[in-house]
Design a protein around this ligand. Sequence first.
Ligand code: ZN
Ligand code: ZN
Length: 422
Amino acid sequence: MAENLKKFKIPSGMKDILSAEAYLWQEAEDKAKAAFNLYGYKPIRTPLLEEEGLFNRSLGNETEIVKKQMFVIRHSEDSYVLRPEATAGVVRAYIENNLDKTDSFVKLYYIGPMFRAERPQKGRLRQFHHIGAEALGSNSPYLDSEIISLIKYILNALGISGYELKLNSLGCPEDKQKLSRMLQDRLKDETEKLCPDCKERLNRNVFRVLDCKNENCKQVVSRLSLTPEDYLCQECSEHFSAVKKNLDKLNINYTLSPNLVRGLDYYNRTIFEISHKDLGAQDALGAGGRYDNLIFELGGPKSGAVGFALGIERLLLVAGCRPHGHAGQTKVFVVTLGEEAKKEGFQLLDKLREADIASDMDYENKSLKGQMRKANDLGVKFTILIGDEELKKQSLLLKDMASGAQEEISFNNFIGEIKKRL
Ligand SMILES: [Zn+2]
Ligand SMILES: [Zn+2]
């Protein structure tokens, strides 16, 4: 043993997902994929690295993410960022691959890791995972309602209840300007009560005041009594009404939350957040909304888009599923006695797999008893036993693990016999 060698540790804010838990992740991902398929969304895979400038321009220079949380990688002259979210990359891909010209309207989904250099704490990792979707190339309010219906479907499929859907509209850029001025106006007299950060935000990005976690700021914000009617133009007001009406028709519950603004600059019109009471301080399961100007701002055509992302780690925290060993995946375990039997067993194992029967054998030179225990732990349906006697007869002993019954079966037709019994 090399006792003096340094043992490496996982980087701070990251997590190993071991097998029992990884099976739960796969189940959740499979259910999400089925839902996306049902709603007509197709997969897209964009790289984990994007040019740094992409996020500065899309998320906004004043956002927490761009100011403090990006993992920047410099390589010769270039500057890349480990993606803190996927929307900007998907829009970049939409434009770069001319999807706006070939398909014009596309519905895309992704599942994968995101990175933010935050101080790690409960519910916040530096590598976390998103299930998300983007519908690019349409301003239709039906799409906003559909994407929320899709989220509801996914949460349902994962057995998640007790969540709350918060809904708001920021309106078009002009309305956002109006809202920003209204907020500055209403907060002016309360400046002294705000935290130092918010005092600064007041002029640079007043929306951030609404997100502040400081208790005093929260109190000030709660007294603002904002309503979208105060700042939405006719068109945006109609769009928001249509979204709400459609949600009502689909029997989807929502809470109108005038103080909801979302942390990123690119959002406009409909925005939403899904929170869950069991999550504690970091209670958002996911969020999303419209970003009708982002495609244009990144060099594409003027066309609307809407998207969302759900955090896989948080979904699994409230899904109430427990890690399990996933016993029963392996159907057959090959047990051998002696070196010659092992050689034969190894070939039979290959035949089982060629026949798509999940199977395995011992690689630790375990005793007969040890091999049987392993078969038991794996929860297999059958073991195949081969010793000197069996080799001579070119047959094997097939043991049904549930009943304990044993049968002798010839090497020639053992696959067919096993298939009959599976
Ligand atoms: Zn408007
Ligand atoms: Zn504050």
